[in-house]
Design a binder for this molecule. Sequence first.
Ligand code: IVH
Length: 681
Amino acid sequence: MTKEQAGKRIKELSIELDEHNYKYYVLSHPTISDYEFDKLLEELISLEKQFPEFLSPHSPSQRVGGAITKDFATVVHKYPMMSLGNTYSEEDLRDFDQRVRKLLPDDKIEYVCELKFDGVAIGLTYKDGELVRAVTRGDGLQGDDVTANVKTIRSIPLKLKKGDYPAEFEIRGEIILPRKEFDRMNAELAAQLKEDGFSEEEINERLYRNPRNTASGTLKQQDSSIVATRNLDCFLYALYGDNLSFKTHFESLDKAREWGFKVSDKTRLCSNLEEVMHYINEWEHRREKLGFEIDGVVIKVNNYLQQQELGFTSKVPRWAIAYKYKAEAAATTLNDIGYQVGRTGAITPVAHLKPVTLAGTIVKRASLHNADQIEKLDLRIGDTVFVEKGGEIIPKITGVDLSKRLAHASKVKYITHCPECNTELIRIEGEANHYCPNENGCPPQIVGRLIHFTSRKAMNIEGLGGETVDLLFREGLVHNIADIYDLKKEQIMGLERMGDKSASNIIEGINKSKKIPFERVLYAIGIRYAGDTVARKLARHFKNIDALMNANFEQLIEAPEIGEKIAASVLKHFADIEKRKVIERLKHAGLQIEIKQDASNQTLSEKLKGITIVVTGTFKNYERDQLKKLIEQHGGKNGSSVTGKTNYLLAGDDCGPSKLEKAEKMKVKIINEEQFEEMIR
Ligand code: IVH
């Protein structure tokens, strides 16, 4: 193909793909199959690779991301990004209408009603029909430039459809994460955490909280290819420009729709307050059926001249207002308060409720966080309490119906002793939680630490999952992590439902764990505040366990990115004589207690030079990290997600469907560990 032909074909393909993107993501009405779409995209990507001179920043191939933003540049908004006044009742809304009518006594007023999308505000600037910049709201005067990330959102046009758009304008709207995507992300995260040995309580704490926060966090990701995997969406609702010729807001939205923007088809023109109230009530009932979250309705004066006359107060426009729906709430009885003890000894109070239906699910428990929260709510057992689910996964108690309080109900007294081991609880200055200090005698803490130690991300001891560890502890066979290495096959075989084969597997798993590198051993021993990243930094800096154990405070904070809190925690850990004894026994058992200098950075070949591989799932003969290291040692690059730049997806067992689907869609070759071995042989 000549250069000229390639240029022509790239242009054709771009137009065609843009159109299909539009039909799929804006109109929700695709006219070709995913397969056909992928074929066209593949052809485009391959031509752009061969003829990079034709690669445009607005090409549909750019949707997969790949650009990394270390620091988001700050951009001053050309038009300040204001927020809206809030109302919660029909009465408030009538006041708003009265204020408008008083300022425009002779005018006929029309209102536009829109859904109030619960997401992240964004301003998109287009020049000559091309997206040039996307900026977050920030403080309203200046925000962050998140263009690279926004370009991966498929419903946002990179190029506008032919039309009468102004040479330069800004359009604002809301970036949202559809409920389905939010649920999918949480299901994947929960599965991963479960695999890593986290308890249900710990998993709940770590899940994404709600779609809005998650959308906001996603937009701030440094790697745009991660953003591309999240399937964000965007509704636009306001145009800004110096010479816009529209008379009304409603008309401007129609135009924006014609240019290719996703403008909600639920937007409605209303000629009086009754119609507005009707819209509000209608969507309060139907909001559950939308594929995304809304938190109310926005009511805007339609006519631009009227908007201008009404103007702004110091903070908000006088021509628009938000009607906020109340968070979904229900009233139920507080039956009891339970207390959970975590691996670190932290106590979490949990409300036990009379089951009640809330937003389509049955709620039996609500989080209470800590003693202060209970105090603030002034709770009594038997109280009728209000539970709310404001887009959060775990509902919370927001108040008490005092009119229903029973005469004899007495105040909840927070426990003073551990519900598991009866040790007196302590409260550390500056921390909200109570702790059980009985680290070495409190069963959930001991078992929690053991489970952490054997979990996948730590020592990855096969066969030693939560239940087996719990059993070993209850049978008195293990009490601390060093005991694991004294286990005999016969002892394990003596346990309930444990056969010869399973016992052998466990022993084999334990022996295999002696090869786990030092940095993971350090993570596994569970020093407070030393997660996997901190453990890696400590391991690399101190190189072996003795140097770390003997380091003083100054030496600890000298290590890269180690602050005072972590340093204090390391000191405290190794000041404990019992913990030192455990370390000695681990050394004796043959665990890796120093960084293996030789193997870690040694180059083995250049066989994977220029090749990017994404590793996912679990493997028979390797840890995922080992494979990643091998890729580097053979000159290759590791990718974190499948993008246009990925050459291979190295997939093991139990990998989530999303990476596989993506690889198939993008025609990235999927290989298994044997094929990988072949490549580096
Ligand atoms: S108009 C000057 N319309 O709600 C008024 N805002 O609480 C500009 N929002 O900052 C905003 N849906 O992030 C408008 N249909 C909608 C909206 C909407 C959601 C957000 C927006 C705004 C916030 C105000």
